[in-house]
Design a protein around this ligand. Structure first.
Ligand SMILES: [Zn+2]
Length: 103
C-alpha cells in the first residue's frame, strides 16, 4: 500500500531550496511501521535530491478513551476493549498523527 501522506511530505520537501541531511516525522503509534516507512521513503526519494536525506521517526503514543466508563488508556496491542470495564468501542484521542516536524 502506498502512503499518500508520505508522498505529499516528499513533494513538500522537494519544493524547498536545498535538501537537508535529515528530516523528522511524527507518526502516531497506531499507524507506525518503521520498516515500511523506511522502504517507502527510499522508494519515493530515489533519484531525487532527497536520496541522501535520512528519515527519523518520532512515535506519538496512542491514547484511547472508553465510551462507557470514560477511562483514558493506552492500547497495548491496538485493542479496542477497555481494560477497566471491558466494553468495546473506544474513541481514539491520539495515535493517528502523521506530520513533518520542523526544527
Ligand atoms: Zn471502560
Amino acid at each position: 500500500m502506498k502512503n499518500s501522506r508520505l508522498s505529499s511530505i516528499v513533494q513538500q520537501l522537494l519544493a524547498q531550496e536545498s535538501p537537508r541531511e535529515s528530516i523528522q516525522l511524527a507518526v502516531g503509534e497506531l499507524l507506525h511501521n518503521e520498516a515500511q516507512l523506511q522502504t517507502e521513503w527510499a522508494e519515493l526519494t530515489k533519484r531525487t535530491p532527497l536520496a541522501k536525506t535520512k528519515l527519523n521517526v518520532r512515535i506519538i503514543p496512542a491514547e484511547q478513551q472508553c465510551m462507557w466508563c470514560f477511562l483514558i488508556y493506552r492500547p497495548q496491542q491496538k485493542e479496542t476493549a477497555c481494560p477497566q470495564c471491558r466494553s468495546v468501542g473506544a474513541k481514539i484521542l491520539s495515535g493517528e498523527e502523521f506530520y513533518l516536524e520542523e526544527d
